[in-house]
Design a protein around this ligand. Structure first.
Ligand SMILES: CC(C)(COP(=O)(O)OP(=O)(O)OC[C@H]1O[C@@H](n2cnc3c(N)ncnc32)[C@H](O)[C@@H]1OP(=O)(O)O)[C@@H](O)C(=O)NCCC(=O)NCCS
Length: 157
């Protein structure tokens, strides 16, 4: 079997939380709690939650909301041992395709100012910095950079 055949992007639900939480804790100094993930999973119909599974196990995920005209990414993480192999890229590409199909015009997110790896990932994907939210984060206190990407009017363009 091709390595890629074992990878699948699927909608996530509460049954995946036991796999999501260790990745979350390994990825952030201020991880989302189980309760925060649960309330995001309850955000139907705006909630957009997708995970990358490798042979049925979650190795990365994106939590977003699709509101009129805008997709806002609240959380994106990849298991540390799976990084730099294109997993986040595939999750973002799928989100952009799905958002474009719903005629969403832009994608926004906040990222810690010191998170240079994530910022490079987003710059590579045509995001730009549009604002600073002072002292937005806790543990440790830090500014957020608000990033923004315009989606093409015609997704096939
Ligand atoms: C940021 C993150 C999601 C990237 O996931 P990933 O699966 O490793 O990213 P990809 O392999 O798809 O990266 C695609 C490209 O983005 C860029 N990139 C990704 N991570 C990078 C890093 N740490 N440093 C520099 N560039 C990076 C590279 O250009 C990369 O291509 P390359 O590997 O061929 O050079 C992952 O590092 C992560 O989970 N970090 C902790 C959580 C986090 O910071 N989330 C974002 C919060 S907004």
């Amino acid at each position: 079997m091709n390595e890629d055949d074992s990878l699948r992007i699927v909608p996530l639900s509460r049954e995946h939380l036991d796999q999501i939480l260790p990745i979350e804790r390994a990825s952030f100094s201020d991880p989302w709690t189980r309760g925060m993930f649960e309330s995001e999973l309850d955000q139907e119909p705006q909630g957009y939650v997708r995970g990358m599974l490798r042979r049925g196990t979650v190795i990365g995920y994106v939590f977003a909301v699709f509101i009129p005209d805008e997709a806002h990414i609240g959380n994106l993480a990849v298991a540390p041992w799976e990084r730099r192999s294109g997993i986040a890229q595939r999750l973002l590409d799928q989100l952009v395709r799905d958002a474009s199909n719903e005629e969403i015009k832009r994608v926004t997110l906040e990222v810690r100012a010191s998170n240079h790896g994530a910022r490079k990932f987003y710059y590579k994907n045509s995001f730009i910095d549009i604002a600073i939210r002072k002292n937005y984060y806790r543990s440790p206190v830090e500014d957020a950079i608000v990033m923004f990407r315009v989606l093409p009017e015609d997704p096939s363009a």
